[in-house]
Design a binder for this molecule. Sequence first.
Ligand code: NAD
Length: 513
Amino acid sequence: MTQVAGPQPAPPRAQPAAERIGHWIAGRLVAGTSGRHGPVYDPARGRLAREVDFASAREVDEAVQAAARAFPAWRATSLSKRTQILFSFRNLVEAHRHELAALLTAEHGKVTSDALGEIARGLENLEFACGIQHLLKGDFSEQASTGIDVYSIRQPLGVVTGITPFNFPAMVPMWMFANALACGNTFVLKPSEKDPSASLLMARLLREAGLPDGAFNVVQGDRVAVDRLLEHPDVAAVSFVGSTPIARHIYETGTRNGKRVQALGGAKNHMVVLPDADVEMAADAAVSAGYGSAGERCMAIATIVAVGEVADPLVAAIRSRLPKVRVGDGSDPASEMGPLITREHRDRVAGYLDSSSAQGAEVVADGRAHELYGGEGFFLGVSLIDHVTPEMDCYRDEIFGPVLTVVRVPTYRDAVDLVNRNPYGNGTAIFTRDGGAARQFQFEVNVGMVGINVPIPVPVAYYSFGGWKGSLFGDLHMYGPEGIQFYTHAKVVTARWPDPGSSKIDLGFPRTR
Ligand code: NAD
């Protein structure tokens, strides 16, 4: 008997393959071949948006080889031509800033105005690099000895690499490659795997600006790519920005392999508020610097140090501002604060609200009460924790989320001692009307970047950026004049153009007198 088939379930519909983000090697986009990849989320909607290829050691080698091949011609290119290309790139970044900002918002989650602010600071680094001729000038001493001149020159290192964090996918790479390229180096960027698309847009614009193929390369990936860069014999220097444990690993491994390394790590930035401060101004600054970019900034204020009787009015003033902070999709112009980068990170941040109250602090505002918390996007509202002590987890750890903690101390001395005992030393700020107190603070605080009534004292592009203690491993800060030093070797030449008539043999040690 013939069986009559009943209705069959429809075959499972194939999921459309997620868009893949590849590498940029020798001037073109290259699909990954390692078979390894990672997710790139849309944090506002909490869903997978794309996938990023993870480079194998062999793919890293191809990028380094491309950079090594491009180096001799690029370093021989005139200073004027190099800076003209950077100038064209600067103009292209400005012309494409909305496209770039949209990528940052889509993958990082930060609000559009913040993304444009990041790009604006990156542009300042590019503008600085366009005037690099001044900083590459050497010294010249005529007649150091009779008929002998001595002069110094600065020369590029070769292939240099940048390994960057998720929180500034455009600006931090620009901190590095603007000066590196201007000095005549070639570059391999390993961006964060969490928001990799900005790197490829910048690569395309560099090519459009006239940068020769191979001078700038991008390898996407994770530890496999980083470890290969750290051991590759043709990589001369490593610039890193990220968390402290990884910064330490990068510094130790890179220097062990003979490379020049600057590794910027995490932070726990304190804002000291003295009793004479303008409380309303301090509260505005605390809210802006604590919750901007959802607290995912290495220069975010994490801890308010309230000195003496300022504590109660200050906490009240901050608290009164919290309901007005508009949390939402970063692409909505009404939003002031977007989601966090991943669900895991959001949950880790939220975990500090439980541990703080369990350890005796007072949770004044709990971001989990926000209507978007628990929805599809990786949102958490703003949180404020008072009566925090230095033993608590929420004080000791870098939370990297929209959580402000308040430590109350009786005196200025206690405030400075607290800041100086902290293992991090990235940024700090003091709020006061007392010039003498501010000057004393700047004199004795062990932190690399200090604000006086300025909560986020990120140095302008013609100074250099870097913390102290566990916030930086290495000697030189990033970008600005120290960036030029980092990306160049100094060479000193002693030269004589003798009069043949006065030439004679002299086996003595060279004398200058
Ligand atoms: P992260 O340390 O997790 O990652 C930074 C980079 O290192 C990424 O490219 C990542 O792929 C790579 N990486 C991660 N784990 C690695 C491993 N085991 N071995 C080798 N490479 C590895 O940092 P993040 O989460 O992307 O960024 C946030 C951190 O960066 C925060 O701690 C923040 O304070 C810090 N940060 C510091 C500064 C500064 O200037 N000091 C600036 C921005 C961000």
